[in-house]
Structures are given as C-alpha cells and as structure tokens.
Design a protein around this ligand. Structure first.
Ligand code: HXC
Length: 527
C-alpha cells in the first residue's frame, strides 16, 4: 500500500468511506427487498418508508439506530440479518412539531419482534419521554420472533414497561397497519389511541387456528379482530381509516389537538366562527318532549368552532359521544350523552369510554365540556352482571379526579346517579349551567309518582286522574332547574342561544385554573 493509499484508508472522510456509507444506507432502506415490498403494496399497504414520508414534513425525519441488527444465531437467523432489524425508529416534524416514531417493516422477517428490534423501540420510547414529545407507533408484525425465544419476550416486556411509564407524560398513538398478534397487542392496548386500517389490520391475542384447537370455535381473522370488531364490540379501536394514507391523515389531525407532554398546554389555533345556526336556533335541536330522541352531534356542532369536532370511538357505545373540538381556538374535550341511542343512558361501555377520555384530557391539560341529557344508568340484569357498579364508578372517579377546567351544560334530563356522574357541581365542576327546560331530579315523573304515591293513587276514586295530578305536581316541583339553581348547584340558567357565549366566557376565565390534590402515590380507580 502506498503512503497516499494508506492515508486515504485512515481518513475517516475519504470519498471511499463516504461512498460505502451511502451504499449501506441505501441498502438499509430496501428492508426485505423489492419482491416483498411489492407483495406489501399488492395488499394495498404502503411500504414502511412510504408511510414515514407520508406522515412527516418533507425531509424532516431523522432515523436512529438504522444499523442495529439481530444477534441471535438460532435457527439460522444469523443468515437473515437485515440492518434495522425490521423496525425503523427516529423523529421528525409533523406539522412543524416534534414527533417520535417506531414503524415496523413487515418485509423483514414479517416485522417480527426480536431482542434488538424490541430494544430499538424501547430506546425510542426513552428518547420521546426525555424530549417530552408524542410518540407514534406503526404496527405491522407477525408478533414475537419465534426463533429468538426469550429475547423476543424480553423485547415486548421492555416496551410495555416504557409505554406505562410514558402514560400520562407524553401522548402515545398506535396505528395498526397489518397484523398485530399475540402479546404484541398489549403495547397498543396501553397507549392512548389505537387507529386501525380497513381491510389490512387485525389484532388478537390468539389467532383463529389456536382458538379452533382450544375451544373448537371457527372464526375468520376479520371477525375475530378486524377493525369493525375493535370499533363496535371490544372498544379497543379509536378510529378506522379507509387506507394507510387516510389513517395517517387522522393521526396528523389528532396530534393538532394535544400538547406534546403533560407539562404543556394544548395548541391554540386562531378561532374560526361557529357554524351558522339552524333557523330555529340551537333550542330547536332538542325536543321539549323528554321522551323524544335527537342527535347530540347537531348540538355539539352549534357550540364549537366550525368543523372542529374530532370524534373518537364513534361506533362504540354511541349513547355517549366523546372527542376533541376547538372553542375559540382552544382544544376542548367534549363528553355528551346522545339521546339518539339508548335514550342517552349510561351503560358499562359508555362509562369506560367516557372515563378513559376524561382521564386523557386531564392528564394533558385539556379542558372538559360535558353536555348532559341523561335519564339514568341503563337498567337491566345484563348491566348489573357486567359490573355497571364498577364501570360507572370509573366515570365518577375520573371526573372527580380531574383538575382541568370542567364545564357542564344540562340541556334537558339529568336524573339520579347519572346527573351526579356527568360532571355535576358535586364532582368539582367549575361551571354548571342548565337550559330553562332542564329536569334535575332523582328520577323521571312517572317513576317517581309510582314509587311515592302508589298506595294513595290506588286508593283514589280515579287512579288515572290522580296519577296525572301527582305527575303535574312533581314536574312543577322538581322537573325544572329552579331548585338546583336556588341551592347553588347551578351557576346559572341560560337561554339556549346564549350557551356558546357563556361557555366561551367561562373557558376564558378558567384559562389559568390551578388546582392541587392531596399528595399520594396514585389513586385506586376501580378498573
Ligand atoms: C418469525 C415470522 C413471524 C414470527 C411471520 N414471520 N411471523 N418469523 N416470527 N412471529 C415470517 C414468516 O416466516 C415469513 O418468512 C414472513 O415473516 C412473512 O410471513 P408470512 O406468513 O409469509 O406472511 P402472511 O401469509 O402474510 O402471514 C402473516 C401472519 C403469519 C398472519 C402474521 O406470518 C403468522 O401467523 N405469523 C405468526 C403469528 C404468531 O403466532 N406470532 C406469535 C404470537 S405469540 P419467510 O422467510 O418465509 O418469508 C406472541 C407472544 C408474545 O407474540 C408475548 C409477549 C408478551
């Protein structure tokens, strides 16, 4: 070797070295190769780098740990080493804001998670926690890498541990863009939001084959753990997208409502006007007959900045509606009974859905607006057996624990335990106002009269007329907001048309709200 050649070789910036580095970086982006990438695309899925480029602002993504490789040699794994080990980790800007990402690459060993793959995700979570920035995880994996045994299990354990540590500190969003099987489901299960893609994603702890062997049941992957199941029945999914692109669009929109971490306030955007009111105004949207249903979405749309409502878990427990909106540009969590379904009763699933949402908003400093029209907890043997006591208690607990601004509007019915539960004054609401037609009572007139005057009515000459008279008396006494207002449990009785203005005034007045709770390790929410 000449002197000049040996100098070149020792020079860390020599052209050869840089060329070699470029080549290996280009190879890294190939993942499992062109044929596997084509197979991925043929299934209607984007490749991992296409997903990353779609999600992040152009040119902003910085890969971390791209050279990491598996180190197990079992079952000839050593021959299948691919730089990155089947997961791309890094950070970049989404709409200008810092976001961390771990994205599994199904073209590399089926996106399966081995020791080093797991380490990369765990490291990424550590980085996101340190930086105080949201993390997005794109799941597309056959689960634990079978050849690596305990190495894979350890990888999962390290991730679950960090998901838990990050919970309530930074927002965590899981996007299921392919299979997510076995223990792998528990990382999304811990995170705050789970988006799924129609037609290509599924989640289950044991697949159809295992189920057939163990229980004899036959079920397809779609019917076991497809998006519709997790949206409509299990409550695991927050959102279903039509394809990879629209699902990632949703993630970008979701991120725009939430702060990067629990020490910061949510982003505020320039306010936009509310939607033009319907001809009869907002009051006309709520029928005065308390037995008539209506769609609470129409009311929400009249109260928040135009087109700002982002509903979550739309098809799960539709009797309660939850989602983010903007009010005068300020991110606000909405929780609203929906009388269109189950008359707006609170059942087991509605309690879980609303309680989890309230806790997210409280953890991330997002004010709460609760719209109340609720006849009570859903009666029934099924509900009692399913633990409505335990589940309903979660909602009481979540509202009581929350220290963010809590605003409540009682639109029509607010009966019994459900009245208390829907962020009443007694649970620490900062504002509770009611519309003039609101009914705040232990129960509805018919039920109440039947309990307290049954004997008297039965003994009267005209029981039907006597019952009618008692109901009228009851309505006059209790089925209006007067008593609650006179005792100070309402801050005001407001005209429907004034509600949006009143909400904005309170929200403004509470913008610096600060409330401490007694020191404790953590509470013991009835799980
Ligand atoms: C190692 C795996 C793998 C895995 C897939 N591959 N899953 N390698 N470990 N878990 C490999 C395949 O061998 C194949 O490699 C390549 O990835 C693509 O997989 P295919 O089967 O060809 O793809 P497809 O037909 O689309 O089927 C995808 C699949 C299927 C449905 C995900 O691969 C599958 O059922 N995988 C096993 C799922 C599973 O049981 N995982 C373990 C769950 S238990 P080649 O080289 O042949 O192309 C678990 C416990 C964790 O996760 C507990 C933690 C708490």
């Amino acid at each position: 070797m000449s002197d000049q050649e040996s100098n070149e070789a020792a020079d860390p910036t020599s052209r050869e070295r840089i060329e070699a580095l470029r080549k290996s970086k280009a190879a890294m982006r190939q993942g499992g190769g062109e044929a596997r990438l084509k197979a991925q695309r043929d299934r209607g899925k984007l490749g991992v780098w296409e997903r990353i480029e779609y999600l992040f602002d152009e040119g902003s993504f910085v890969e971390v740990g791209g050279f990491v490789e598996l180190r197990s040699e079992h079952f000839e794994l050593g021959k299948k080493k691919i730089p990155g080990d089947g997961v791309v980790t890094g950070f970049g800007r989404v709409n200008g804001e810092l976001v961390y990402l771990a994205a599994q690459d199904f073209t590399v060993l089926g996106g399966s998670l081995g020791e080093m793959h797991g380490k990369k995700v765990a490291t990424l979570l550590d980085m996101a926690i340190k930086a105080g920035a949201p993390v997005v995880m794109l799941n597309d994996s056959g689960g634990a890498r079978i050849q690596e045994g305990i190495g894979s299990l350890c990888g999962y354990g390290e991730i679950f541990f960090r998901n838990t540590r990050a919970s309530g500190v930074i927002p965590q969003i899981s996007v299921i863009m392919g299979p997510c099987a076995g223990g792998a489901v528990y990382s999304p299960g811990i995170t705050d939001f789970v988006a799924m893609v129609k037609g290509t994603s599924n989640m289950f702890i044991t697949g159809p084959d295992v189920i057939k062997t163990v229980t004899g049941e036959e079920v397809s992957k779609e019917d076991l753990g497809g998006p519709d199941i997790h949206m409509g029945r299990s409550g695991v999914a927050t959102y279903i997208g039509e394809d990879d692109e629209s699902t990632l669009d949703w993630v970008v929109r979701l991120l725009s409502y939430i702060p990067p971490n629990n020490l910061e306030t949510p982003p505020v955007v320039p306010p936009v006007n509310r939607l033009a009111t319907s001809p009869g105004g907002i009051a006309d949207l709520v029928p005065s007959n308390p037995n008539k249903g209506y769609d609470i979405h129409d009311v929400i749309d009249q109260l928040v900045d135009a087109h700002s409502f982002l509903e979550l878990q739309e098809e799960y427990a539709p009797n309660i509606v939850v989602g983010f909106s903007r009010i005068d540009g300020i991110s606000t969590g909405i929780i609203a009974n929906n009388p269109k379904h189950l008359a707006g009763c609170i059942d087991v699933n509605a309690s879980d859905k609303a309680a989890r949402f309230v806790r997210f908003c409280d953890a991330f400093n997002i004010p709460l607006l609760t719209l109340v029209d609720v006849p009570g907890f859903l009666p029934g043997v099924d509900q009692e057996y399913a633990g409505i006591i335990r589940h309903g208690a979660k909602l009481l607990y979540a509202y009581s624990e929350a220290t963010v601004p809590k605003l409540t509007v009682i639109l029509r019915k607010a009966y019994g335990g459900a009245y208390i539960c829907m962020c009443s004054k007694h649970l620490g609401a900062d504002m509770v106002v009611a519309w003039p037609g609101a009914e705040i009572a232990v129960m509805g007139p018919k039920g109440a009269v039947n309990v307290i005057f049954r004997k008297e009515i039965a003994g009267s000459e005209d029981p039907a007329e006597a019952a009618r008279q008692k109901e009228t008396d009851y309505i006059e006494t209790f089925a209006n907001p007067r008593m609650a207002a006179s005792l100070g449990y309402l801050d005001d009785v407001v005209e429907p048309g004034q509600t949006a203005h009143v909400i904005r005034q309170y929200l403004w007045s509470l913008s610096d709200k600060h409330q401490e709770r007694p020191q404790r390790k953590h509470g013991n929410i009835p799980l």
